[in-house]
Design a protein around this ligand. Structure first.
Ligand code: SAH
Length: 222
């Protein structure tokens, strides 16, 4: 767990504190996640045009037809992974990098894969600017996972897929957890998959969500 030079205390701190309270009132309990939300400057991850809305509990456009998800969804997502600070995590769909930064605060090491090159570059740049050193952002098709660093204690897929990409199941450590929205392009259910042993995976459904499509070899084709 690396605080990455983030100390909070900027002119947005009051807004972040209120966002933390909103998330608590909506049921987020994980103290590590709440602390991460109070530290990570979300306004740095959204375009100028929507910066004034950065601390609303709402999804916002980040360009290229992509969105930064609602903070509650992102917090809940990380919460269900049950991270303790010791894990190696794979994230698929870096997007703005905001969720990646939250993960960096509650895990040991984060590898995040993004298919849109401009988003990959932007996210790499902001991690450097914020001094978040335990994150590696990679460009490519995340439905293939990222084999060189596997296995992962947790896998977070931030885009919707018709099924769980097989490489991600293979790269999940025994005892590890994976979250992914499964469904069609319009509507999905958040799935939590736990790998019990080499070929025993247990799946639970955690309710409806709506995400942009996961596009790749083991996701939607286009
Ligand atoms: N959690 C992000 C939002 C992610 S939106 C945030 O905080 O901003 C989903 C992202 O998944 C988009 O950036 C999209 O480009 C990316 N994506 C879609 N298919 C992908 C794939 N096969 N591999 C990697 N990234 C993918």
């Amino acid at each position: 767990m690396v605080a990455g030079g983030l100390s909070g205390g900027d002119s947005y701190q009051g807004y972040r504190t209120r966002l933390v309270e909103t998330l608590q009132s909506r049921g987020i309990r994980d103290l590590g996640v709440l602390r991460a939300v109070s530290l990570v400057p979300r306004h740095r991850f959204v375009p100028e045009s929507v910066r004034h809305r950065a601390y609303e509990d709402a999804a916002l456009p980040i360009g290229g037809g992509q969105t930064i998800s609602q903070p509650w969804v992102q917090a809940r997502y990380i919460e269900v992974l049950g991270l303790t600070g010791r894990e190696k995590v794979l994230e698929v769909g870096t997007g703005s990098g905001y969720q990646t930064a939250l993960l960096a605060m509650v895990a040991d090491r984060v590898f995040s894969v993004e298919r849109v090159p401009e988003l990959t570059r932007e996210a790499q740049k902001i991690m450097l600017e914020l001094g978040i050193g335990n994150v590696t952002i990679l460009g490519g098709d995340g439905t293939l996972g990222w084999r060189p660093y596997a296995p992962y204690d947790a896998v977070l897929v931030a885009a919707a897929s018709p099924e769980v990409p097989k490489p991600l199941l293979e790269q999940l450590a025994v005892g590890g957890r994976l979250v992914i929205p499964i469904g069609d392009r319009e509507k999905q259910a958040l799935h939590l998959v736990t790998r019990r042993d080499a070929d025993n995976y247990e799946t639970t459904s955690l309710g409806d969500v709506r995400f942009v499509p996961l596009i790749g070899e083991h996701g939607f084709r286009r």
